[in-house]
Every structure is written in C-alpha cells, then in structure tokens.
Ligand binder design. Structure first.
Ligand code: IPE
Ligand code: IPE
Ligand code: MG
Length: 248
C-alpha cells in the first residue's frame, strides 16, 4: 500500500494551506493531564507540518494559534499560552532562518503583552528576507476583527480623499485585510472533529476546499497533512461553472 505522500500530485500542490489547530485540551485530558500539556505537545505538530509544507514547496502555511475569542479563557491558560508562544518562536527562529522560512503574523497584536509583541517582532525581522515557505501565525486574530479594522482604515482613507466609493473593488478590499499580498488558501484543515470556522479567514475562504479530521492537534503528523492534500487533489473545483466547463 502506498503512502499518502506518494499519492500527492507534485504538479498540483496548493500554494496556501490554512489550519485550525484544535483539540489540544481534549488530548491533554485524554492523557490525564492539564490543558497546557496539550498546547506544549501541539508544538511538535506545528514543527511537523511546517517542515512538511516547506519540503512540498507550499508557499504559505497559515496556522490559527490564538483567536480574539481565546482572550476570554481563564487567565492562567492565556498567560501560559503567551509564554509558550513566544518561547517556542524564539527557540525555532534559527531553524526557520536556516530553512529559508519567513515568519509572519496576522492579528490584533496591540492586545498582546508588550514584551511578547516585541519579542515576536524581532523573530519576524530575523526571517523577513527568506524566500521559501511563509509561515503565517494567526495570533489574537479573528475575521471580524480583521474586517472591522479594514473598514476603519478604508473610511479613514476616504476621509483623507485617498479612496472614493467607486474605487472599492474586491481587490481593494483584499488589500486592506491582514492577508494582503497572500493568495487565498486553496485548502483549510480543521482538526479535532469540530465542524465550524470559528471566525477564521471568512473573506479568504470564499472558495476554499474544507477538510475536517477527527485527529486531535497534538497527534497531527506529516502523514495527516499528506492525506488532506491527497483528498483535496481528488476534488473538482468548479468556481460556479459546470463540470464540463472545468474539465475541457
Ligand atoms: C486549540 O486547542 C488551541 C487553541 C485554541 C489555543 P484547544 O485549547 O481549543 O483544545 P480543545 O478544543 O479544548 O480540546
Ligand atoms: C479555534 O479554536 C481557535 C484556534 C484554533 C486558535 P477554539 O477551540 O477556540 O474554537 P471554538 O471556540 O471551539 O469554536
Ligand atoms: Mg478548541
């Protein structure tokens, strides 16, 4: 039996994969441990998918690491997560640099503790000239925050006479989003058997293929990513056209 990796069509690798990394808490509970133990073990999965994505020549990998709504979790968990985030990113930055990976973030960084934001910014600076995979961490991110922010900036530009209503096209809107200059994801993966989007990339996933798996995030490995890609490649993307039109 061939592995999922062997089944991947190298000519049709998605440019951008987004992942809602879910199930850390449930995995920790299953192991008889605290929630943070799940987050700690989720780091291994992040490392695995980043490496796999870079090896496959994927251009953008966007990982939902912390949502706007996650600020409402118990303070202990939020603090532990912030600490884990910045420590992990700092520890991994040399490896990212060596592997030509560029680190980016999307999200409302103003809500992050000052020190965390500054340390994060340093890592972004250190990898900014890399030309391989762009690893995009969605931190303190939600799609409604992103859209609200975009509209505020558009109205401000209109007030300053830099934008008029007739200028506003889909491309212009996309340029006001945190994901500007990134292609829309072709594939969105959510782990842990939840079938929802949880305020992630609502504009950008208009025509994205959705893939849900029962695997809990800390158990997600390269082979799970390959399986998702093989599944994605088996689908017919019609973009509103008929099947006959797209198979011509
Ligand atoms: C995902 O795992 C990580 C974050 C949201 C930060 P969860 O912490 O949501 O784990 P579950 O969903 O409670 O199992
Ligand atoms: C979504 O997971 C956010 C991240 C993975 C960072 P949640 O666990 O917060 O999502 P809901 O609240 O169950 O929808
Ligand atoms: Mg969850």
């Amino acid at each position: 039996m061939s592995t999922y990796k062997e089944q991947i069509d190298k000519q049709r690798i998605p440019q951008h994969i987004a992942i809602i990394m879910d199930g850390n808490g449930r995995w920790a509970k299953k192991m008889g441990n605290q929630r943070i133990f799940g987050h700690q073990n989720g780091v291994t999965s992040v490392r695995e998918v980043t490496e796999a994505a870079a090896e496959l020549g994927i251009k953008f990998l966007t990982l939902y690491a912390f949502s706007t709504e996650n600020w409402n979790r118990p303070a202990d968990e939020v603090n532990a997560l912030m600490d884990l985030l910045v420590k992990t990113i700092e520890a991994e930055t040399p490896t990212l640099a060596k592997n030509n990976v560029r680190l980016l973030t999307i999200g409302d960084i103003t809500r992050m503790p000052n020190q965390t934001a500054q340390r994060l910014q340093q890592c972004i600076e250190q990898t900014k000239h890399n030309t391989g995979l762009s690893l995009v961490l969605a931190l303190s991110y939600s799609s409604r925050w992103e859209m609200t922010n975009a509209i505020q900036n558009m109205v401000q530009d209109a007030v300053n006479q830099k934008l008029s209503p007739n200028d506003i096209s889909e491309e212009v809107i996309a340029n006001y989003l945190a994901t500007k200059s990134m292609p829309d994801p072709e594939l969105l993966i959510r782990t842990s058997g939840e079938y929802r989007i949880s305020n992630f990339l609502l504009w950008q996933i208009a025509y994205t293929e959705l893939y849900f798996t029962e695997v809990l995030w800390p158990e997600f490995r390269k082979e799970d990513l390959y399986q998702a890609i093989v599944n994605y490649q088996s689908r017919e993307r019609r973009f509103g056209k008929t099947s006959e039109q797209v198979t011509q």
